[in-house]
Design a protein around this ligand. Sequence first.
Ligand code: SF4
Length: 290
Amino acid sequence: MDYAHFLARRIDGKVQKLAVDAGLTCPNRDGTLGWGGCTYCDNCAFSPSYCHRSQSVTQQLEAGKRFFAGKYPDMRYLAYFQAYTATHAAFERQRQLYDEALAVDGVVGLVIATRPDCVGDDLLAYLQEVDRTRLVIVELGAETMHDRTLRLVNRCHNWATSQACIERVAQMGLTVGAHLILGLPGESDDDMVATVDAVSQLPVSLVKFHQLQVLRGTTLARQVERGEVEVRDWTAEQYAELCVRLAAHLRSDIVVERWVAQAPPHMVITPQWGFKPAEFQRLLSSLATK
Ligand code: SF4
């Protein structure tokens, strides 16, 4: 099943995710857990042009709706709290933000992206209530099952924390998405297969993969330049071959929302594959049917 069909099981008609920047930061940047953030992180890489943290949640969603206007009639929307750590605030503040999003005309659910160590019980109880009438997806940045890698990229959480959080969110009856990065420093293909095998043991409904991108100005870029860290020098075809191998290991009911991400080209040092996601999907399909 693909992501569109997955959503269609809960929502009639076409659905578009609209990114929202709630103006929060991240516990791995503000000293709560760590400083400087994950070595590869630059949130500008995935913030769409209509998304401005200086604007209210409503203003951003209305701008997003205008951005996608005319794509389909009767479009419905999921408010995607994506930037930084979308749950890094007191629960009352979080509830205010999510309630505001749900009050916007056409918004039929929430997608909340966060770290596995940043999900409180009060939030889960609230989301469980919302999920009775709307769709809620909790997208957890697990990235890899290998603690040595998590330490190397300064994630400031370990795999056990990801496992425990996935279990807790799923026990509340909520849809869990796992975010995983392929090609993290020091990881072999077998390491990534092990991560997919481990995720397949957990109550995860969705997985979102992307290739590690070395972005200008990040700690990772400096580490690579100084020769302190090595990253994969791979072609899109080699990456696609790995994706085919991983797909064979993924539990069959888990839906892959995405295999690749594409930061704005001027931000990317490597890999510079220069394809559109649809082109990559075609490449993947052609390899999968060989
Ligand atoms: S990737 Fe996420 S957890 Fe890591 S520094 Fe960036 S916002 Fe924080």
